[in-house]
Design a protein around this ligand. Sequence first.
Ligand code: ATP
Ligand code: MG
Length: 556
Amino acid sequence: MSEEKPSNFIRDIIDEELAAGKHSQIVTRFPPEPSGYLHIGHASAIQISHSIKEDYKGRFHLRFDDTNPAKEEDEYVQSIKRDIQWLGADWGEHLYYASSYFDQLYEWAVYLIKEGKAYVDDLPPDEMREYRGSLTEPGKNSPWRERPVEENLELLEKMKAGEFGEGEKVLRAKIDMSHPNLNMRDPVMYRILHAHHHRTGDKWKIYPSYDYAHGQSDAIEGITHSLCTLEFEAHRPLYNWFVENLPVPHEPRQIEFARLNVEYVITSKRKLLQLVNEGHVDGWDDPRMPTVSGFRRRGYTPEAINEFCHRAGVAKRERVNEYALLEYCLRQDLEGRALRRMAVLDPLKVVIENFPTDDVEWYEGPNHPANPEMGTRKVPLTREIYIEREDFLEDPPKKFFRLGPGREVRLRYACYITCTEIVKDEEGNIVELKATFDPDSRGGSTPDGRKVKGTIHWVSAKENIPLEARLYEQLFTEIVPEQVEEGHDFIENINPDSKTIVKAFGEPELRNAKLGDPIQFERKGYFAIDPDSTEDQPVFNRSVGLRDSWGKKKGQ
Ligand code: ATP
Ligand code: MG
């Protein structure tokens, strides 16, 4: 994994400010809205802010941006905390909620009204939109814009007390209805919502807007650098306006970076929620989901995800990262530490006719070929075994170094077998092979030293563990799944073959596999045990295949 500290434009800014003596400590935050599970883009945002805390010996705050009670749930709060911890980011004592600042935010709203910089507006939502103007046309002042201060104070009080219905009134900042930036045209600070809040209960009937709450929360917490994605760039003037016009204790600075995009991956919470709600996936932690919990269940490690985010870097302009890089990072991490095991995913029975019927011969295989300290395990050979169907060809080409009629292969860790006969059913499908083994080849070589080019994996047909293997492909067929033609929906881009379940057989040692153990099924990929596993039937998710297209291409 990369050790060198990243250098990027955000750190350049921080370095300059530190050199100018602007800060005694750098404070960053991650401000998730608890309205969904974290995804790979959030992992990147967390890393960007958290790594700055680490490298500058600063502080990192986790703040739930819980200003919209309608969408929020405690389940999300819990999952977000769990995922951040799993990623290795640490907020220490600095866990906050924007909702803790509701009283302060209200006081500051009153302050702005008294300063003549905020007013209660009665325009219905559609008229408000009309009055706002457009990019090419200035907006118009609301007829309620010049309300006397006293009246505004009284109305805000009544809004808060629940005396008006939803949508009847809003509180707006009084800035400039002809400002070229639409966000500055008297933005909404409070709206009426008669909703139950997961932390403040029924206390509030009005809730602050993101734009009003966010910068002030940063200021209250003493955040020095409020790092967010580019969609907030046009909101920065407003962010600054509030900070400048309110008696806030600190002046945070907002800096934007490009969202992390990955091929075949969606990182819009709304769309991920749709996938979950409409049952296109089996929940937020479905191993095909780009959520942190989905990756974890799939068998990704925090190290792999962090390495990916590190390599993707911090950019000023958006680009799409290759999915192959993500897989490369996982393989890099698992290569050196995943336990080697044998499992046959598409079994074809082989009867070794000269092997005594009830005998079991135990062979020893290393748990890892390059790490002897990881120990060994025992693998049983019996008269009947399973091999992978694709490891046999009835009419094999010359370079096919696996099994064919009359051909000899090495069974990994065990001995040589030669195929002597093909057994077919009435339709001509191969149902079984017959073979003989060379007793002198036990241990993997023969006294005559003859060369056997192919080595295949196998599992005893008698001494094994039946298991379910879940094999995954991309959830979407398109590199940019959200890019759809007019009148179409991204749901149409779902790959119908993204999940295949196979009944497989594994070597007995797999009985000891635990949740979170990285395992390589030899020649078949990296797998992780799934929480759906039962005593009788373990379930394994394929985390990633073994073939590395990215590393090869880049010469890594
Ligand atoms: P939505 O999809 O509804 O816009 P969101 O993904 O922005 O939601 P938040 O909870 O508001 O969800 O995000 C928390 C932080 O994560 C924000 O500061 C946001 O800028 C950042 N973030 C969100 N998506 C990405 C992404 N793809 N790459 C990098 N950072 C992201
Ligand atoms: Mg957002």
